[in-house]
Structures are given as structure tokens and as C-alpha cells.
Design a protein around this ligand. Structure first.
Ligand code: PBG
Length: 333
């Protein structure tokens, strides 16, 4: 054939392929999510093989392993005991709570690691919602934002570097920014869960924290989070959320879940000059683990391909439970 252009020329050798690769992924692109509990044992999470609930002591070992692998940021999620859960979730701003204690220990022993937090009420609420539920079963916006601000300030006081509001209340980024600044935490950043969808992919995470919405009192409880998390049908709305978060002072914008939402990552990348993060969520992790345990897919290849594709779609950062495994595979080449 008489072809002036043969794209295969540049795919002929490993060397050519490396030379013309448009995208790459490295351990410092990862943010590693970790679950913490009050107990002293390390508890495996059955729906997420390889992922555990750590005690504060054992957490230190895992975080220093991550650092040695080149990971530069961890995000902490608490499994709070039922006896501390209330309708308003006020345990979220207890300075002696699990997360503030874990942050203080981490920043004392491993000050170089960037510590990100989650801001939302669900791990602390007996109703399992990210906000306060009224007696009529409505998730209250403005009342919740006051609590989130207090939670963020306590996290910053404990040493957190990056505050991650995952609640999807309106106006929370600006309110948290003001609250942090008022307390002298101008240097503490906000990574906003900007486009967080109401998704079934969070199932294993809710098992890990025992935090799914549930009725424990007489009032009606919405069975899902669709009055505050976004509708998977929508993409223009993600741009609106991004514009609002940017105006309100977010430092990093996040899209969640990741894999079924690569178009949203791409859209935000074009819309904003801020760094974009993607959350490769629990359900996405569990699907890969389940299929690889059955021998149906090759875990290492699928994980590294997936992470690369997040970068290609426009994500600068990827929150992923695969972080340590992927960092090890990348180091071995
Ligand atoms: C809670 C929160 C959730 C996740 C992160 N923060 C669950 C939810 O919104 O119900 C999900 C993370 C994952 O599935 O890996 N505010």
C-alpha cells in the first residue's frame, strides 16, 4: 500500500513507545485512603480485600510504608463506634475524637506526609447521612455547614494539611475557607469533592465505616443521598459546581466516582486551571479485586492501565486504594 503516514512506525519498539507516550503516572500522583478505628487490632474489610481498618498505632507503619513507596498524601476515614453516633453527629468536632488524635500522631511521627481529611457527618451520624436530618426527613443545608466548619477547624488545629469536604452541601467550601482563615489557618488547603455523584459504587466503603443511611429513630430517613449528591445523568451541573467551588476558594477540585465519570474529569480539566483529582472509589476497587481473585483479569495490568487512563482523562491526582500496590509495581518497572 502507498501510505504516506503509518502510525505503527512509532509503536515498533518499546523505546519508541516510551519516547512518544503522552501520559505517565507516578506514586506522587496518588492519594492513599486509610480507615482508622478505636481498637488495637488490624481488621480486614471483607468487601475490600487487602484493605484494613487500622488502629492508630498500626496506621503509622502503613503510612511510613506508603511514604517509602513515594506516596505523598493520605486521607483518613474513621470507623466511629455506634455509642458515639448521634442525630447531629457532633462527635465530628470533638478535639479528642479518633481523627484528631490520629492526625496529631501522624504529624508528630511523620511530619513530611501530607494529611488530608474527610469533612462530612456520615461516620458520626446515627442516620448515616452527610448532613443533619430534620424531623421531616430533610437533610438541612445551612445548619450542617456550621458543623462542617467546626469539624474542619478541629482537623486543622490537629495538623491537617488538606481539608476534604465530601458532603455536597451548598456553600460549604466558602464557609470552611472563612472559618479556617478566621482561626489563622490560611495555609491549610481545601480539596473539594466538587462533582460527587449519588453512586452505588460507594457500597464497600459504607460497609468499611458501617455508615450507610438507616432508620434508628422515629423520624423518616432518606434511603439514599440523592437530595445532595449529584444525579449520574448530569454533566453540565458538574461545571456549575466547579465554578462555585473555585469562586469559594477551593484549591483542588475532585470528581467522584472515577471510572464511569472520566468524561466529567475531562470536562473539569478543560474548565478550570486548578489541579483535578479523581476518586477511584471502593466499588471500583472491589470489582478489580474480585475479578482478579477469580483469575478473570490480570490485576497488575488492569490497575496500572486504569490509573494511567485517569491521568489521560485529565486527573492530576488519583485517590486510590491501589496506591501502595501500584507504587510497588511502578518501582519494579
Ligand atoms: C462520605 C464519603 C463516602 C465516600 C467518601 N466519603 C461515601 C458516601 O458518600 O456515601 C466514598 C468513598 C469510596 O467509596 O471509596 N461522605
Amino acid at each position: 500500500m502507498d501510505l504516506p503516514y503509518r502510525p505503527r512506525r512509532l509503536r515498533r519498539s518499546e523505546a519508541f513507545r516510551e519516547m512518544v507516550a503522552e501520559t505517565s503516572v507516578k506514586p506522587a500522583d496518588f492519594i492513599y485512603p486509610l480507615f482508622v478505628h478505636e481498637g488495637s487490632e488490624v481488621q480486614p474489610i471483607s468487601a475490600m480485600p487487602g484493605i484494613n481498618r487500622w488502629s492508630i498505632d498500626s496506621l503509622l507503619g502503613e503510612v511510613s510504608r506508603a511514604w517509602d513507596l513515594g506516596i505523598r498524601c493520605v486521607v483518613l476515614f474513621p470507623k466511629v463506634s455506634d455509642s458515639l453516633k448521634t442525630e447531629d453527629g457532633k462527635e465530628c468536632f470533638n478535639p479528642e475524637g479518633l481523627i484528631p488524635r490520629a492526625i496529631r500522631r501522624l504529624k508528630k511521627e511523620l511530619p513530611q506526609m501530607t494529611v488530608m481529611t474527610d469533612v462530612a457527618l456520615d461516620p458520626y451520624s446515627c442516620d448515616g447521612h452527610d448532613g443533619i436530618v430534620s424531623s421531616e426527613g430533610v437533610v438541612l443545608n445551612d445548619e450542617t455547614v456550621e458543623y462542617l466548619c467546626r469539624q474542619a477547624v478541629v482537623q486543622a488545629q490537629s495538623g491537617a494539611d488538606l481539608i476534604g469536604p465530601s458532603d455536597m452541601m451548598d456553600g460549604r467550601v466558602g464557609a470552611i475557607r472563612d472559618a479556617l482563615d478566621e482561626e489563622g489557618f490560611e495555609d491549610v488547603g481545601i480539596i473539594s469533592y466538587t462533582a460527587k455523584y449519588s453512586s452505588a459504587y460507594y457500597g464497600p466503603f459504607r460497609e468499611a465505616l458501617d455508615s450507610a443511611p438507616r432508620e434508628t429513630t422515629a423520624k423518616p430517613i432518606p434511603k439514599d443521598k440523592s437530595t445532595y449528591q449529584m444525579d449520574p445523568a448530569n454533566s453540565r451541573e458538574a461545571i456549575t459546581e466547579a465554578q462555585l467551588d473555585e469562586q469559594e476558594g477551593a484549591d483542588i477540585l475532585m470528581v467522584k466516582p472515577g471510572l464511569a465519570y472520566l468524561d466529567i474529569i475531562h470536562g473539569l480539566r478543560k474548565e478550570s486551571n486548578l489541579p483535578i483529582a479523581a476518586y477511584n472509589v471502593s466499588g471500583e476497587y472491589s470489582m478489580v479485586k474480585a475479578a482478579s481473585e477469580r483469575g478473570w483479569i490480570d490485576e497488575k495490568s488492569v490497575v496500572l492501565e486504569t490509573l494511567l487512563c485517569f491521568r489521560r482523562a485529565g486527573a492530576d491526582l488519583i485517590l486510590t486504594y491501589h496506591a501502595c500496590d501500584a507504587a510497588e509495581w511502578l518501582a519494579k518497572g
